[in-house]
Ligand binder design. Structure first.
Ligand code: AMP
Ligand code: GLY
Length: 422
C-alpha cells in the first residue's frame, strides 16, 4: 500500500522510519517532510494547506492511506475534504469535529464535564468578561491556570504565580495576544502532581493502547523556565503501573470513546491523553488529536508490532489489543534545540557531519533543512536523538552521548531528561 504521511518534524521522521519497516508498505510519500524523511520515502515540497493538491497527489500516486502527524491540518478539515473525494481512502486522523478535542479547550472541558471524565474544575470566559475571569481565577487561588481556547502552537497556557500576573495575563489574552485563539479563555484549578502521556489508536469503537511516555516541557534543567514543544521524553514511565493504567482505561480512555459516540462525533486516528497523576488518580490536562512530539520518537522505537498493520486494522475495524507488541527495553529521547528557543532564535546554522549510529540509536530530524547540499538548522527544535537501552539509565546515557556528538552553533539540550524518575 502507498502511504502519504503529513508533517515535517521529528514525530514524522519517527513515524516514517517505523512505517518504512513494514512489509505492507509500497511507496511512502511525506508532505512536506524534511531531509531525514527524504531517505525513507519521497518528500512532496508543497504547502499542506493546499487540500486540493493533496487530493490530486492521492490520485496520481495511487495512495491508499493518509496518516496526519500534526493537529493543524486536522483542525482545518483536511480529513473531511479527503473523505468526501476519496471514499475508499484509509484516513488516520479525525475530521474537524473530532479535532475539536484539541482545537478548542472549552469544547474539551465541556466534553469532559458532560461525560464525567476527571479533569480540573474550570470556567470559560469571552472577550468582554475580563473582570469575571479575574474574580473566578482569584476564587481558585494561586497559581492560576489560564488557557487560550484555541490552537496557539503550545504557547497558549500560562501558569500565573501572582495576582498581578494573573490579571495581566487574562487581560492580554482576552485583548488578543494569540489572535482568535485567545478570544475565549479557560481558567482552571491548578493540579499538583506528575504528568504523563498516553496514546491510543482508535476507530471510535475499538482501540489499541500504545506505549506510554513522559515528556519534559520546560526549557531549563530541573523543569525550570518557559514551556517548549517538548525537550525530551522517556518510555516506559516507571510510575504508570498496572493499577494506574487500569484507572486510565476505566475512567478516561473508555469514557472518552463512549462520549464521542454519544455526541455523534466520528473518530478514527490517534488520541493523545495528556494526563496528571494526583494522589494516585489520573486527571486529564489536555487532549490532542494526534501523537505527541517528542513522545512519538520514544514510542515508535519501542513498538515492535507493525504500525502500518495497526493503521490498516483501524481502517478495517479490526483493531486487536492483543496484536500490539512492545519491547521491554527503555527509550529515551533528547531534543537538540537552537540557542534562544523557545524565544527568538537564529536559523540557517550549519550542521556538521552527523555521527554514525548503531541500530538502537536514532537521529530524528525536526527543524532541519538542506541548502546547497548542506544540512542547516531551520527550527527551534532541530533534532530528536532517541536511544533504546536495557534500562532507563543506559538509554539516557547513550542519548546524551549522541547528543554531544552532533554539532551546530548555539546547540542546547537538557542533560537531566528522565533523571527525576530513577
Ligand atoms: P496544555 O497545553 O493544556 O497541556 O498545558 C501545558 C502545560 O501546562 C501542561 O503540560 C501542564 O504542565 C500545565 N498545566 C495545564 N493545565 C494545568 C492544571 N490544571 N494544573 C497544573 N498544570 C497545568
Ligand atoms: N509534547 C507535547 C505535544 O506534542 O503536544
Amino acid at each position: 500500500m502507498n502511504v502519504l504521511l503529513i508533517g515535517s518534524g521529528g514525530r514524522e521522521h519517527a513515524l516514517a522510519w517505523k512505517l518504512s519497516r513494514s512489509p505492507l508498505l509500497g511507496q511512502l510519500f511525506i508532505w512536506p517532510g524534511n531531509p531525514g524523511t527524504a531517505s525513507l520515502g519521497e518528500n512532496i515540497p508543497l504547502p499542506v494547506d493546499d487540500h486540493r493538491a493533496v487530493s490530486d497527489l492521492i490520485h496520481q500516486k495511487g495512495i491508499g492511506m493518509v496518516i496526519c502527524g500534526p493537529e493543524a491540518p486536522l483542525a482545518d478539515g483536511l480529513m473531511d475534504f479527503l473523505a468526501d473525494r476519496h471514499p475508499d481512502l484509509a484516513l488516520i486522523g479525525p475530521g474537524r469535529s473530532g479535532a475539536r478535542l484539541e482545537s478548542s479547550k472549552e469544547f474539551a472541558k465541556e466534553f469532559m464535564l458532560r461525560h464525567g471524565i476527571p479533569t480540573a474544575r474550570y470556567r470559560s470566559f469571552g472577550s468582554r468578561e475580563a473582570e469575571e475571569a479575574i474574580s473566578f481565577a482569584r476564587s481558585l487561588g494561586l497559581p492560576a491556570v489560564i488557557k487560550a481556547d484555541g490552537l496557539a502552537a503550545g504557547k497558549g497556557v500560562v501558569i500565573a504565580q501572582t495576582r498581578e500576573e494573573t490579571e495581566t495575563e487574562i487581560r492580554a489574552m482576552l485583548e488578543g495576544r494569540f489572535g482568535q485563539a485567545s478570544e475565549r479563555l479557560v481558567i482552571e484549578e491548578f493540579l499538583s502532581g506528575i504528568e504523563f502521556s498516553v496514546f491510543v489508536l482508535t476507530n471510535g469503537d475499538q482501540y489499541i493502547l500504545l506505549p506510554e511516555a513522559k515528556d519534559y516541557k520546560r526549557i531549563g534543567e530541573g523543569d525550570t523556565g518557559p514551556n517548549t514543544g517538548g525537550m525530551g521524553s522517556v518510555s516506559p514511565v516507571p510510575f504508570a503501573d498496572a493499577a494506574l493504567m487500569d484507572k486510565v482505561r476505566d475512567r478516561i480512555i473508555e469514557p472518552t470513546l463512549r462520549g464521542l459516540k454519544q455526541d455523534g462525533i466520528p473518530y478514527r486516528g490517534f488520541i493523545f491523553f495528556g494526563l496528571i497523576r494526583v494522589q494516585g488518580d489520573p486527571f486529564v490536562i489536555e487532549y490532542n488529536c494526534r501523537m505527541g512530539d517528542p513522545e512519538t520518537e520514544s514510542v515508535m522505537i519501542r513498538l515492535e508490532s507493525d504500525l502500518l498493520q495497526h493503521c490498516l486494522d483501524c481502517h478495517q475495524n479490526e483493531l486487536n489489543p492483543g496484536s500490539v507488541r512492545v519491547s521491554s527495553s527503555h527509550a529515551a529521547t533528547i531534543c537538540l534545540v537552537s540557542g534562544g528557543y523557545p524565544g527568538d532564535f537564529e536559523k540557517g546554522k550549519k550542521i556538521e557531519a552527523l555521527p554514525q549510529t548503531q541500530p538502537e540509536e536514532h537521529i530524528f530530524f525536526s527543524g532541519v533543512s538542506s541548502k546547497d547540499g548542506q544540512l542547516v538548522t531551520s527550527g527551534g527544535r532541530v533534532f530528536a536523538v532517541s536511544c533504546l537501552g536495557q534500562d532507563q539509565l543506559a538509554a539516557l546515557d547513550q542519548a546524551n552521548r549522541l547528543a554531544d556528538l552532533i554539532q551546530f552553533e548555539g546547540k542546547y539540550f537538557r542533560r537531566d531528561i528522565g533523571f527525576d524518575l530513577k
